[in-house]
Design a protein around this ligand. Structure first.
Ligand code: NAG
Ligand code: NAG
Ligand code: NAG
Ligand code: NAG
Length: 463
């Protein structure tokens, strides 16, 4: 069995296995989206770094800038739950394997944080570095921006009872020949596509062939694989009139049309072979809701003489429309719905000095999903299940990419103050706005792609 718990000698500590329990509430109602669209490409040329490990093993190198060699050590069916048609991929549904708990306490040490319900975080080599991936957006280039600790680069998710193989870029690109793939959603989807760009850059550099004015929607080509990768900016997935500048300053309420999808992505959908779709935190913003061309209510609009319907109302409507569209499209793309991503602001919010300066993942029992994320996640699961009931008859492939729980454990993976370059260079005590929502590169979001790879390869899409 490949457990992911490789020996990691010094320092010696006990295995950390604690019960998952209720404890921690981040009262995060307001979010800023730190929308930063100026991508800067570094001119640093990739310098190959020597790999220090044998194929098939995962060295637990905590601080060296070492990348593992590309290998084909893909566990083909080790962790598969496959059903025909519509599939639900819960990373925490894997078989119970008692070895996890009975692991020699001297060898696990801090290299594994295991949770009884959902699995383990283990230390692994990072996949790429800020030197080898030139696509890293500067606000998420935590190393370059001066973040001093490095543990966050190495923690990787393994679902319970099995080792999640790492994303294999060579194999992925081979499978994606002649195909087209899009990430559809808000800035977290952009975060996600950049992780993929970074991982794939080890095999082939992407060539950008399109970007919109604000670099929010972009298309890349991988010429030698005839593969098209894109990100489509549509933060609500439904039709929305947004009156916000690039800094998130809004001049008027958002007008949300809860009975119309955003054509920006639906018009493209038929051209896609794969789509990773996600909703998200934009629904927490003040908005006027429209249905049948009438304002029917709002979220957070005192003085407007409209009923407060709550963001959950709009989110459910939007999810329903999205899933309905996919299952009735007649187009057999492989659609993944990626669940909501948790933020980790502590001691305040994005606008009130909230920070996230933890350096290690949460252990079991240290964190519980906050109220907003719980509401969103529940709506996603409920609407997804409803859709799967009808969709399976039509042979549509719709899968749930549930990254919420595993991401919840990673308060250490956000840029925090290091969204800016050297924020404390001039003043050690400078007050800097923190980003505790997006993810550093390399970082936790790379695990999302490990899951994506697993779902593509092991769920029987290619047989
Ligand atoms: C993996 O699949 C092969 C053939 O498809 C089968 O022989 C083997 O038993 C499977 N292994 C596991 C662990 O399920
Ligand atoms: C990578 O991070 C280091 C700091 O760890 C920094 O000195 C270097 O400039 C960064 N390189 C790039 C290309 O971002
Ligand atoms: C890709 O497209 C080319 C040209 O249409 C075709 O020759 C080739 O077989 C295709 N490859 C795959 C893997 O579909
Ligand atoms: C690239 O892929 C498209 C399908 O997406 C196919 O029509 C085209 O022939 C392919 N081109 C080459 C050169 O393989």
């Amino acid at each position: 069995m490949r457990s992911g718990l490789n020996p990691f000698s010094p320092p010696k500590h006990n295995n950390v296995i604690i019960k998952f329990a209720v404890s921690f509430l981040l009262a995060g109602l307001a979010f800023h989206f730190l929308i930063s669209d100026s991508f800067r490409f570094s001119s640093v040329v990739e310098t190959p770094v020597p790999a220090n490990e044998e194929a098939g093993t995962e060295a637990l190198v905590a601080s060296l800038p070492v990348e593992v060699p590309l290998s084909n050590d893909f566990a083909a069916n080790e962790s598969q739950i496959s059903q025909p048609g519509i599939q639900i991929f819960f990373p925490f549904l894997f078989l119970h394997m008692p070895e996890y708990e009975s692991k020699n306490p001297d060898e696990g040490s801090e290299s594994a944080i295991c949770l009884l319900e959902i699995g383990c975080l283990t230390l692994r080599d990072r996949f790429y570095t800020n030197q080898s991936c030139l696509e890293i957006e500067r606000h998420q280039n935590c190393m370059k921006n001066g973040r001093p600790d490095s543990g966050y680069l190495h923690w990787r998710w393994s679902p319970r009872g099995c080792n999640l193989p790492r994303f294999n870029p060579k194999k992925f690109l081979r499978l994606m020949r002649n195909k087209s793939w899009a990430f559809i959603g808000d800035s977290i989807s952009r975060n996600h596509v950049q992780s993929m760009l970074c991982i794939l850059s080890r095999v082939e550099r992407a060539v950008e062939v399109y970007h919109d004015e604000e670099y929010r929607s972009r298309i890349w080509r991988y010429p030698s694989h005839n593969f098209t990768l894109s990100v489509i900016w549509t933060p609500f997935l439904v039709k929305a009139d947004i009156f916000e500048d690039m800094n998130g300053v809004s001049s008027s309420e958002i007008q949300l049309h809860l009975d119309k999808l955003d054509k920006k992505w639906t018009d493209q959908y038929r051209n896609l072979d794969y789509a990773v779709i996600a909703g998200g935190k934009w629904f927490l913003k003040t908005a006027i809701y429209h249905e049948n061309n009438e304002a029917t209510g709002c979220h957070n609009c005192p003085g407007k003489n409209l009923i407060e319907l709550g963001f959950g109302y709009a989110y459910r409507k939007a999810m329903h429309l999205v899933f309905n569209f996919i299952t009735n499209s007649g187009h057999k793309a492989h659609a993944f719905f990626r669940t909501t991503t948790p933020d980790h602001f502590e001691n305040g919010e994005w606008f009130s000095g909230g920070t996230c300066n933890r350096k290690v993942p949460f252990k079991e029992g240290e964190i519980n999903m906050n109220e907003v994320d719980t509401i969103m996640h529940n709506i996603e699961l409920e609407e997804f299940k409803k859709a799967t009931a009808s969709g399976s008859e039509k042979g549509v492939i719709l899968k749930l990419l549930d990254t919420t729980q595993l991401s919840l454990l990673r308060p250490d993976g956000h840029p925090g103050p290091y969204r800016q370059f050297q924020p404390f260079a001039e003043d050690k005590n400078a007050r800097v706005q923190n980003d505790c929502l997006h993810w550093c590169f390399p970082g936790p979001i790379d695990s999302w792609n490990d899951l994506v790879m697993e779902m593509i390869v092991n769920d029987g899409i290619y047989q």
